[in-house]
Design a protein around this ligand. Structure first.
Ligand code: PRT
Ligand code: ZN
Length: 299
């Protein structure tokens, strides 16, 4: 393996994942200076550099050892993993972390007037997609044979052009499908941006940097989902209020100087915490509820 003393990360140059990927690195305390041709970012605070590329090139750059890590959609990563397995029998590419942005699904969609009666409805049909390996895996899992029409873009117009009957494409809001008179039948992959790598063991200065990056990344990802909930409760209702809190919450109960009958609670909540959860706690007897975002956390 080639020795290098700086970690090199592939990031999408311009597209749906660019901003969120760079902002995640910034939240990890990494700052960069961009080269004049805007293809390279030199790490000013840490020995980490960025290569700005097309998202489709990211898995290949990692597999070839040009880059050590990459921020890429799971859809692109898995498609290229399957391609490498088909070509070479194996793939060293894998996902180290799910990153919580760039969410979408790879779905099969058909003309609005058609009825989808399960995977059987796809037998013998022409399905247009840019993800032939993922689609082939789904069809084979379902024991259905169909014709895969590989297109590199504008997949959603294939049925209207007559080059396919059905499509398999990325969907997020679903507006593009509706605009093309298509309807979603089944999602074959739930995707989001991931941190991809071919190895996590380096015998040079990249190893401590990788460990630092992963530690900070875990901190940032955990905090994103965490909220600090402040509230008050009468002592007589404390048990009820505590029972309404999320089960994994970390709770501190504090006395209030001049109010012997009341307590203040500080509750660290992780995972999705919405209006309905807050209302349930209020209903159990809590008052003065405040939900705050958490900036940093060290356990
Ligand atoms: O130039 P480069 O090759 O780098 O970029 P690209 O054009 O290939 O990729 P880009 O930026 O469009 O997407 C990058 C990644 O974002 C994808 O690989 C997915 O992991 C993720 N992502 C998230 C999406 C979407 N959401 C999405 N909605 N990628 C594409 N779409 C398409 C979808 O197929 C549809 O055509 O956007 C259109 C709008 O979607 P609706 O359902 O909201 O209408
Ligand atoms: Zn692309």
């Amino acid at each position: 393996m080639k020795t290098r003393d700086r970690l090199r990360i592939a990031v999408q140059k311009s597209g749906r994942l660019s901003e969120a990927s760079q902002s995640l690195l910034q939240q990890c305390g990494l700052d960069f200076r961009q080269s004049r041709d805007k293809l390279f970012c030199f790490g000013e605070t840490h020995p980490v550099d960025l290569l700005l590329v097309r998202d489709d090139d990211i898995p290949g750059l990692i597999a070839d050892g040009v880059c050590d890590l990459g921020f890429v959609g799971l859809n692109v990563l898995e498609e290229q993993q399957l391609e490498q397995i088909a070509q070479a029998g194996s793939s060293r590419l894998h996902s180290l972390r799910r990153l919580g942005y760039g969410g979408c699904r790879l779905s099969i969609a058909l003309p609005q007037e058609e009825v989808f009666a399960g995977p059987e409805s796809l037998r013998g049909r022409r399905i247009a997609t840019s993800y032939p390996r993922l689609l082939a895996r789904y069809l084979s899992d379902q024991r259905v044979t169909a014709e895969i029409v590989v297109l590199s873009g504008s997949v959603e117009i294939a049925p209207r052009l007559g080059s396919a009957d059905v499509i398999c494409d990325l969907v997020s809001s679903g507006a593009t499908l509706v605009a093309n008179q298509l309807k979603e039948a089944v999602a074959i992959l739930q995707s989001e941006a991931v941190l991809a790598a071919a190895t996590t063991v380096f015998l040079d200065a990249r190893q401590p940097m990788l460990e630092l990056l992963l530690r900070r990344l875990d901190g940032v990802l955990a905090v994103r989902e965490t909220r600090l909930l402040l509230l008050r409760s009468a002592r007589s209702q404390l048990a009820q209020v505590q029972a309404a809190l999320p089960t994994a919450a970390l709770t501190t109960v504090l006395g209030i100087d001049d109010q012997a009958d009341s307590v203040a609670l500080q509750v660290l909540v992780s995972g999705g915490f919405g209006w309905a959860d807050l209302e349930a706690i209020q209903h159990a007897g809590a008052t003065q509820l405040v939900v705050l975002p958490v900036a940093r956390m060290l356990a």
